[in-house]
Design a binder for this molecule. Structure first.
Ligand SMILES: *Cc1c(COP(=O)(O)O)cnc(C)c1O
Length: 355
């Protein structure tokens, strides 16, 4: 039908819709079903649901593989870690999303895996650790430190060593980074964040371009029962329709705010990887002032999570589980799609109040 490769924006809007039939809906309906008529793709609601397919199709098309939706990002991560053979080695970032790391630490404590922690931006160290490992777990950019991994170089070396590579692509989204094209074997998402985009969904996904791995992960999902709800996948598919527009706007805001934060005398450091919607910064007044500041803002919401249309921020170490390698005063700012001048006035006001 198409004479050329479609752009990601067009895929985001169009993929995963039902066939066009007279009188039929443009969007996949929300199918609430525990049992389905035998003879189709699935006959029990824990194994499959037509509403999941819509989200999985559009995400798979954007990432260049086949997607499977899970109950949450962590459910997806857990299902993937479950595929690591007993007592095999897993390479992972020293600092990354703490829910994923705590899964790995727990498995290591029980003697189920050997955990090799690395600085994910030290490519030589990652490659050295990947030798004889079963899996390299990458997050890039990392949450909340925003370190960047060289996915292509790591994947090339890992593939020669027979080591699988999985990338948590939550922060970049397939519109800014396509790990499967860079040689990774798996992409993992917390679709609760930018993909859904409105802070109203908990959902995860794994994408792979190996049919064998796809089947193994699908079997794991059924076995664990870590399945998404029809409503959540419907909302996420709707969120993806506007991902490119939200991302462009939030990214432009983030770039500008990072520039202004960097120039501010009240800010001691501000990190932004050059793409995405997350800024990590510290203020000269210290951690207690940082905590106070995030609680006092007017437009920016004091809240955890990220990737919504509304700007949110928090001091990450307020969570007991956050890694001690994350600075005590680090504020993670998730930039939304509001007017950038309004956001900057809000930031300046609270900075002035605590400095
Ligand atoms: C939030 C997050 C997760 C966990 O996803 P949930 O949907 O909350 O289970 C995993 N990785 C990253 C990078 C995240 O930000």
């Amino acid at each position: 039908m198409h004479g050329h490769d479609l752009s990601p924006s067009t895929i985001a809007v169009g993929a995963g819709r039902p066939d066009r039939v007279p009188g039929g809906p443009l969007n996949a309906p929300i199918t609430l079903a525990s049992a389905l008529v035998p003879g189709g793709a699935s006959e029990y609601g824990r194994h499959g649901n037509p509403t999941w397919d819509s989200f999985e199709t559009v995400l798979g098309a954007l990432e260049g593989g086949r997607a499977l939706a899970f109950a949450s990002g962590i459910a997806a991560t857990t299902a993937l870690f479950d595929l690591v053979p007993a007592r095999a080695a897993v390479v992972a970032p020293r600092t990354a999303y703490y829910g994923s790391l705590s899964q790995l630490h727990e498995r290591a404590r029980r003697g189920q895996i050997e955990l090799r922690l690395v600085d994910i931006d030290d490519t030589a160290a990652v490659i050295a650790a990947a030798d004889t490992a079963a899996l390299v777990w990458i997050e890039s950019p990392t949450n909340p430190g925003l370190e960047i991994a060289d996915i292509e170089a790591i994947s090339r070396a890992a593939s020669q060593a027979g080591t699988a590579v999985a990338v948590d692509n939550t922060f970049a989204t397939p519109l800014r980074q396509r790990p499967l094209e860079l040689g990774a074997d798996f992409v993992v998402h917390s679709a609760s964040k930018l993909l859904s985009g409105h802070s109203d969904v908990i959902l995860g996904a794994i994408v792979t371009n190996s049919d064998r791995a796809h089947s193994a992960i699908e079997a794991r999902r059924s076995a664990l029962g870590a399945i998404p709800g029809a409503m959540e996948t419907w909302l996420a598919a709707r969120g993806v329709r506007t991902l490119h527009v939200r991302l462009d706007r939030a990214e432009a805001n983030a770039r500008e705010l990072h520039k202004r934060l960097t120039a501010s005398r009240q800010v001691s450091s501000a990190r932004y990887p050059g793409f995405g919607t997350i800024i990590a910064f510290e203020i000269t007044a210290g951690p207690a002032a940082a905590q106070k500041m995030t609680e006092q803002s007017d437009i920016i919401t004091y809240a955890t999570s990220l990737g919504g249309v509304e700007s949110t921020w928090e001091r990450r170490r307020r969570h007991a589980g956050e890694s001690e390698t994350v600075p005590e005063g680090l504020i993670r700012l998730s930039v939304g799609i509001e007017d950038v001048e309004d956001l900057w006035i809000d930031i300046q006001n609270v900075l002035a109040a605590v400095s």
